[in-house]
Design a protein around this ligand. Structure first.
Ligand code: ATP
Ligand code: MN
Ligand code: MN
Length: 305
């Protein structure tokens, strides 16, 4: 090699102008996806991911040695080595700043840090004390047929619509589904909001006690779906739309059209390789306009449940 090349280190590859160290580090060994693959995906998916995470504290699941590696940590707060590309946000009652992702560059910084999952709060943007969406987290019991989870999602959809809300569906990249509904909850606190989500799930479980439970304990599930409303609280998170998972296959939490919510739905087909296509099809078009006021929904539920 020429002398000039010897004396200077090769430049680190960049994505969105953010340098990546160890870009060829394999993060998902079973499917061979690297840190560079993750950064490329996040950059391409940024227009779909960012509207749902901007302005909210966002925890990271970091697996710098890959998803099967020794290190796996859930990072909420900014630390000494935190990239300046993240926003740092302070919330009431906590001295330590939370991480927040507001730009494509911050998404790449997350990839650079080995973040294989993104977990935002469900508050309104830049208003941590105000609920901004509800996430109903449907958790099937071990070995349950996925078609039953799809049925539960549709049951929930009907109930949310009956109280005047406009829900959307996504895979989790894992075992269940998330039903997400944007709300205008100005003037309503998290306690009231969470109680609404619990009451709605309790209504559903009361109608089909053989199918659903609100009991968190795995042992109590007995072939039922746990209606996990606990995501709907201050500081609680749910995996972001478009986020990959630190799970085999590099599955992604992908948006699903309600018309695709059939027994044929296979959540495992949404991966780092295929999720971009699903995002670009934009099954969540109209999400912002689907924001509905919470107050009338609370009133409607009190009459129905
Ligand atoms: P699955 O479909 O497999 O249930 P999931 O993402 O819904 O995937 P859950 O275990 O039901 O997984 O958790 C729901 C959400 O709650 C997660 O997406 C995450 O944001 C949050 N969460 C779960 N466990 C923890 C934890 N130990 N610490 C912090 N947040 C958590
Ligand atoms: Mn779940
Ligand atoms: Mn859960």
């Amino acid at each position: 090699a020429p002398a000039a090349a010897k004396s200077s280190k090769p430049a680190k590859p960049k994505v969105a102008d953010v340098p990546l160290s160890n870009p060829d580090k394999v993060l998902w060994a079973d499917v061979g996806f690297t840190k560079r693959d993750l950064a490329d995906y996040l950059l391409a998916a940024a227009p779909y991911i960012l509207p749902h995470i901007q302005g909210r504290p966002c925890s990271l699941v970091r697996t710098p040695d890959g998803i099967n590696g020794e290190q796996r940590f859930f990072q909420r707060h900014a630390g000494a080595g935190t990239s300046l590309l993240f926003t740092q946000v302070k919330v009431k009652g906590d001295k330590q700043a939370y991480l927040q992702i507001d730009s494509p560059e911050a998404l790449i910084a997350a990839a650079q840090s080995g973040a294989t999952e993104l977990h935002p709060w469900n508050c309104a943007p830049n208003e941590p004390e105000v609920p901004g969406r509800f996430v109903f987290d449907l958790d099937p019991d071990e070995g349950m047929d996925f078609a039953r989870v799809v049925e539960a999602a549709k049951d929930l959809k009907d109930r949310l619509e009956a109280v005047g809300l406009a829900p959307f569906l996504k895979t989790t990249g894992g075992k269940g589904l998330h039903v997400v509904t944007p709300v205008d909850a100005q003037g309503i606190d998290w306690k009231t909001a969470k109680a609404f989500t619990r009451d709605l799930c309790a209504w559903m479980a009361a109608d089909s006690p053989d199918r659903y439970t609100l009991n968190l304990k795995k042992a109590a599930r007995g072939n039922k779906i746990f209606l996990d409303y606990l995501r709907n609280d201050r500081t609680a998170t749910a995996v972001a739309l478009g986020s990959p998972r630190a799970r085999p296959g590099a599955t992604v939490s992908a948006p699903i059209k309600w018309s695709q919510a059939t027994a044929k739905l296979d959540p495992k087909r949404y991966t780092l390789a295929t999720a971009l296509k699903a995002l670009k099809a934009d099954p969540w078009a109209g999400y912002e306009d689907a924001t509905r006021p919470l107050k009338p929904a609370i009133k409607a539920l009190s009459k129905l449940a």
